[in-house]
Design a protein around this ligand. Sequence first.
Ligand code: ADP
Length: 218
Amino acid sequence: MIKFKHVYKIYEKDIRALDDISFEICDGELVFITGPSGAGKSTILNLLYREDVPTMGTILVNDTDISHLRGGKISKYRRSIGFVFQDFKLLFDRCVFDNIALPLEVVGTNRQYIKRVVLEYIKKIGLSGKEKLNPWHLSGGEKQKVAIARALITSPSLILADEPTGNLDDFSAWEVITMLLDANKAGTTVIIATHNKEIISRVGGRVIKLDKGRLIHQ
Ligand code: ADP
């Protein structure tokens, strides 16, 4: 369970990126966060990822106030989250296989297990035979599918996606959204920040709407 309680994020010169935001998201929910550029969507995701802390207010994740986490506890908390970015953030000095395997390698997972699950994912995203390619050679949609596979490989309880379809054509955008919907059907809480109205209306479901840091609708 995620709870934002009267959360403010105020930058210098009184920029109110978030202005008294309160909402709750239950385990297993699929939620879109929408609103114009500058509304505060990325700020919500970054706070949830514990990249930053609120200026005021409380963010509880499973009853833990994540602002109080320090050092190793922040890394441990982040391991329960998969983050998907608009610009993919793949590593271009490694092949597709190694990009997807990375989160498992970091926690010292058994090599045999890594090989099996990573190849399963590569097959699922339709990239069998391309596992040794550098992601540089992939299309935008393929790059984002690799990035989502990397986010899902550790079976996180929460996925945060920041404009995941922002750089993609309609077909690839829908493929990427389908991967996130499938993860949600399997029980993962999924939060997608987007201003793609077509995708939101096609999927349906809950929408948290922001404008200039204020909550307009939830
Ligand atoms: P969105 O994701 O909806 O486009 P953001 O959350 O990125 O919006 O930004 C919300 C507001 O906070 C914007 O006015 C933005 O310029 C401001 N902002 C975001 N990050 C910073 C920062 N590090 N320093 C100063 N202002 C920031």
